[in-house]
Design a binder for this molecule. Structure first.
Ligand SMILES: [Zn+2]
Length: 152
């Protein structure tokens, strides 16, 4: 990827994420394949502005898993219950093409990174859906949690 092309990708990703957050009020990351470009680039915005991962590789992933509601900018009306690893370490190139890594990230970032890495591999959240939950309207996911707990 040339520098000019990459910098255009960063601009497009940041704009897509910012537009989605403005219109929907949520959204922490977007992967370049979601914009129709099959390259391994992810933009994140965890509240402090965008940062980017180019060619990210998971170097370690925890065996311990947890269940979480997953949602996606591609399918903004739905939520599905998935199982994700509690933590991971990831290495990547940053927007300046410097090697960078995050080690033993917290659960909320771990599940987000796993979701975005799936996009790079053509896997959607529904492919990971725990079948006993099915597809839930995103607006109903908290209520769905309570129903599930009551059934136990
Ligand atoms: Zn997604």
């Amino acid at each position: 990827m040339g520098d000019r092309t990459l910098s255009r990708h960063f601009t497009d990703l940041a704009a897509a994420l910012s537009d989605f957050r403005a219109s929907h009020g949520w959204g922490r990351a977007v992967a370049l394949p979601q914009l129709g470009v099959p390259k391994r680039v992810i933009a994140f915005d965890l509240g402090d502005g965008p940062f980017f991962m180019v060619n990210p590789t998971i170097s370690w992933i925890s065996r311990a898993e947890f269940e979480v509601w997953d949602d996606c900018m591609c399918l903004p009306e739905i939520a599905v219950r998935v199982r994700r690893s509690r933590s991971l370490s990831i290495s990547y190139l940053d927007s300046e093409m410097r090697h960078a890594q995050l080690d033993h990230v917290a659960e909320d970032l771990s599940e987000l990174i796993q979701h975005e890495m799936d996009h790079l591999d053509g896997i959607l959240l529904t492919d990971r859906m725990l079948p006993e939950w099915g597809v839930v309207a995103r607006s109903a996911r908290e209520r769905a949690t309570k129903v599930h707990l009551l059934r136990k």
